[in-house]
Design a protein around this ligand. Structure first.
Ligand code: NAD
Length: 419
């Protein structure tokens, strides 16, 4: 995502919050509070073994509903605008699904492929040393995002506990099970998205067509979405990674591809031989292929003015954060494409992160079945509320989601006397 597209997305989200806040009758000062971050931490940090300083960020957007919550991204495009955009989205997400947490996001500007594992560990530890005063179990709870994972969360937990001198597993989520992680966290974002999709399909059965799905991105979120949907009887006709896409009208063996991706460094293009049934295409081409459901599960700003009018899907399930530009959203609305917005579709991840935090605080751990049942309840409840309001007020699902999310944060601010 370029600086300017992050900055546009941020302004568009602020604008949508403002419209929702005005419709709900909130005061100007409440709306100003909801649309601006409480704390911005941005440091250039020297890391052991690395010659040049690395920019590190934490944006704490709003904690009216509870401690700040949001992942940490390691990516060369990470900048302040991007982190602010992701933090405001976290605030909306936590509020919409009804968990007692606020919004935050963090990052470090680097391409992990340029560094050794030891150097990445050093970056993770340096990030915690830089941010330790601002984070903690009752303050701000980070988690993984693009290019960070359970191992990186483990280094961060270890560094934090060394600094504070006590055990505090709930200071970070997305940990491996052995360090207090929750069962079900790994696939939670995708599983939550599948629950939201299945519920929405009950309301719009005509949109599901032949249940053919295209997924952009085959990392944590995209690969679990593919296998979970295949298990639900959907046919996954197209998938992609950063190096290209594959498409097969008769469907791809996604379980096999997911296994292979875990154990080899091969790209999807390298994995498939050239044959008639599987087309090797570009990521741009993938989005325009024949399908019923399109799932962006990679990076921001992939569905734009340039391609929205040619997308063939009837439903878009936004598992990535902010994958659709505002102009594209308007085009899709006009064309009658049902867009299940990111802050509903991918909220399963933060929901199970919240469950992890609850379990860490109680030091009492749930079974996979308990986690899944609770996730199902949260996702179905939020999906129902969004659908019901959208019907009642003739809003898109995104507009209804904004209204519900802003209402909860705004009321919390009013109750605190911050009007
Ligand atoms: P990941 O790093 O595991 O996977 C990202 C995938 O996208 C990889 O397959 C990568 O090859 C692919 N990719 C990168 N650039 C691409 C491009 N230009 N075109 C197509 N594919 C590209 O990340 P993830 O955790 O799966 O996250 C994916 C998206 O979901 C991000 O937007 C993230 O913010 C969002 N998200 C993740 C979670 C979570 O729990 N992991 C929760 C909520 C939202």
């Amino acid at each position: 995502m370029t600086n300017s597209s992050s900055s546009n997305t941020y302004k568009n989200i602020q604008g949508a919050i403002r419209r929702a806040g005005e419709d709900l009758g909130f005061s100007e000062s409440t709306i100003t509070t909801i649309t601006n971050p409480y704390n911005v931490i941005n440091e250039s940090v020297m890391v052991e073994g690395i010659d040049t300083p690395i920019n590190m960020y934490r944006v704490q957007f709003n904690n009216a509903l509870g401690p700040y919550k949001g992942g940490i991204r390691f990516h060369p495009d990470v900048d302040l605008d991007e982190v602010k955009t992701l933090a405001i989205t976290m605030m909306l997400k936590c509020s919409l699904v009804g968990i007692p947490m606020g919004g935050a996001k963090g990052g470090a500007t680097l391409n992990p492929e340029d560094y050794t594992e030891t150097e990445i560990e050093a970056v993770a530890r340096a990030w915690v040393r830089t941010m330790h005063e601002y984070i903690g179990v009752d303050k701000d709870i980070p988690a993984p995002d693009v290019n960070t994972n359970g191992q990186i969360m483990s280094y961060m937990l270890d560094e934090f506990e060394h600094i504070v001198g006590r055990s505090e597993p709930g200071m970070i989520t997305g940990k491996p099970i052995a360090l207090g992680g929750s069962l079900g966290r790994e696939q939670a974002t995708s599983q939550g998205g599948v629950y939201a999709l299945l519920k929405m399909i009950e309301y719009f059965p005509e949109k599901v067509g032949k249940k053919r799905v295209v997924i952009q991105g085959f990392g944590n979120v995209g690969s679990f979405a593919a296998t979970l949907l295949a298990e639900e009887g959907f046919t996954i006709v197209g998938i992609s990674d950063s190096r290209g896409a594959v498409y097969s009208g008769s469907g791809l063996e996604v379980h096999m591809v997911a296994e292979k991706k875990k154990t080899s460094n091969q790209s999807l293009h390298e994995m498939f031989d050239d044959h008639d049934d599987v087309l090797k295409i570009s990521n741009e081409e993938l989005l325009l292929q024949d399908c019923d459901i399109l799932i962006p599960a990679a990076l921001e700003n992939q569905i734009t003015e340039a391609n929205a009018k040619d997308i063939q899907a009837h439903i878009i399930l936004e598992l990535a954060n902010n994958p659709t530009s505002q102009t594209a959203d308007d085009i899709l609305k006009e064309r009658g494409v049902l867009v299940i917005p990111d802050f509903l579709a991918n909220a399963g991840g933060v929901t199970v992160s919240y469950f992890e935090w609850v379990q860490n605080r109680a030091q009492y751990y749930w079974t996979a079945k308990e986690v899944d049942e609770k996730l199902f309840q949260f996702m179905v409840d939020a999906t129902d509320r969004v659908y019901t309001l959208s019907q009642k007020e003739s809003l898109t699902l995104r507009e209804a989601g904004f209204r519900l999310a802003v209402e909860r944060v705004g009321r919390a601010l009013e109750l605190r006397g911050q009007k």
